[in-house]
Design a protein around this ligand. Structure first.
Ligand code: PFF
Length: 449
């Protein structure tokens, strides 16, 4: 596979992988999941999961990808040809479809809110009116569908443009812009009357709120946020050049991902407390609360514009990475051209996202396990599919993959982090699989303490 694409530089690789990790998961999902799970204590567990399991798993996925230079399905076929381990690849591909289906809907809401912000449509509305208009927007079904379709087309365009000219190029421009916008919003938040309450909520832990299900949420959020357990980092890892230091790439990505989530919390919670909004408002948190908040602030017009632009940038760079899992599979395994793959995937996702939107209409009959498709896909991916995918990946790497190959990738051919390798192997072999299994089994009730 000599002509296979790769990222052109280390910065490009970091920008792209950070672009995948930093997304709606940090700015939309992290605040509302933190809000629902009690704040600071949840954050501490999320940080432990990210550092102890997330970073080693990221390195494992990078190693598998860079060694095999294949998509998620092909990678396991190359490593264990006559076995069933390629199941991890199939699960990854299924997860990519499930996540994209609801992720693109939220991205569609973001586009609509950005458009509303541009024409200053929130101005002069009461907070009830804003809440009401978000409800009407979602209830209509067709409005979110249109925005979602536009978003998917945009994402497919970047995918079709290629790894270096599409993915890497846009990430290199967009990620620094995202960081700058977030800093402006955080700077603004410091001056709000609810700053202290917001910070206390985020950083003062109350451990009485922690139970098995909070821990599973934290682990799920850690994987979701770092794009783990479904082959995205295997696919991106396959584009990292052989002599790039993978350890520092993974470290920078993990730290930026954590930093952005915390900064998003600092940008959002002081505002939530300043204007008496409940931190437990669920998935609508940023969409219902923030326009309200912006309305009441000086310079709110620009802040609202910046915020929804931030959210859109975060969404597109992550959606691109999920779509790339599918595109790499189609081009390498099914031998379909990149262009045709992009179009095919986009059409399927458009149909699935539209179903999500329809299932959110008030009298929709589409309900599974008491949930509409949107909520079902959100929970199913983060709390089940990615957890199972991550578990199987660590078991595979720890127990069934050649240590020499893993070591060679981890250390980039003996160049970096040689001393850390035994620690890494210990975590991948024992700590990560046991922790993931215990957390998962206790959540589904098969294990009790
Ligand atoms: N990490 C992304 C976020 O935090 O928004 C979401 C995501 C991207 C999940 C890629 C999974 C994935 F493969």
């Amino acid at each position: 596979m000599q002509n296979r694409s790769s990222f052109g530089s280390k910065f490009g690789a970091i920008a792209a992988t950070a672009g995948s990790a930093i997304g709606l998961g940090n700015i939309w999902r992290f605040p509302y999941i933190t809000g629902e799970n009690g704040g600071a204590a949840f954050i501490i567990i999320y940080l432990i999961c990210t550092i102890l399991i997330g970073i080693p798993l990221l390195l494992t996925e990078f190693s598998i990808g860079r060694y095999t230079k294949r998509n998620v399905f092909g990678a396991f076929r190359v490593l264990k040809p006559h076995s069933h381990w390629y199941f991890i690849g199939i699960l990854g591909i299924a997860t990519a479809f499930v996540i994209l289906s609801f992720y693109c809907v939220v991205a569609g809401w973001t586009m609509s809110f950005l458009a509303e912000s541009v024409v200053n449509n929130f101005a002069g509305k009461s907070s009830l009116e804003i809440q009401d208009s978000f409800g009407k927007f979602v209830d209509s079904g067709w409005q979110p569908i249109i925005w979602t379709i536009i978003f998917i087309a945009m994402t497919a365009y970047i995918i079709i443009s290629g790894v270096e000219k599409g993915i890497e190029r846009y990430n290199k421009i967009l990620m620094p812009v995202l960081f700058l916008i977030l800093l402006i919003l955080v700077g603004n938040s410091v001056f709000l009357p609810g700053f202290k309450d917001g910070i206390n909520f985020l950083f003062k832990p109350d451990f009485s709120k922690i139970d098995g299900s909070v821990i599973l949420e934290a682990l799920g959020q850690a994987f979701f946020s770092m794009s783990l357990g479904m082959g995205t980092m295997i696919t991106y890892g396959s584009y990292i050049r052989n002599n790039d230091n993978m350890l520092s790439t993974a470290g920078s990505v993990a730290l930026t991902d954590i930093l952005i989530a915390l900064l998003a919390g600092v940008a959002i919670f002081p505002a939530v407390f300043s204007f008496g909004i409940s931190p437990t408002s669920g998935p609508e948190l940023v969409f219902i609360t923030l326009p309200n908040i912006f309305l009441q602030m000086p310079g709110g017009y620009f802040l609202s514009l910046l915020f929804f632009l931030l959210l859109l940038i975060a969404a597109v760079t992550s959606a691109v990475s999920i779509m790339e899992v599918l595109a790499a599979y189609c081009t390498e395994e099914l031998k379909i051209s990149r262009r045709k793959s992009g179009i095919l995937i986009a059409v399927i996702i458009m149909a699935m996202s539209s179903l999500c939107c329809i299932s959110q209409m008030p009298d929709s009959a589409i309900r599974i396990a008491g949930m509409n498709l949107f909520d079902l896909f959100d929970t199913l991916s983060a709390n089940y599919m990615m957890i199972i995918g991550a578990f199987l990946t660590t078991v595979f790497a720890g127990w069934f993959m050649s240590k020499a190959k893993l070591r060679n990738e981890f250390t980039s051919g003996g160049l970096y982090g040689v001393k850390l390798f035994p620690v890494f192997i210990f975590i991948v072999k024992f700590v990560a699989p046991v922790m993931i299994a215990v957390i998962f089994l206790s959540k589904i009730g098969l294990l009790r303490f």
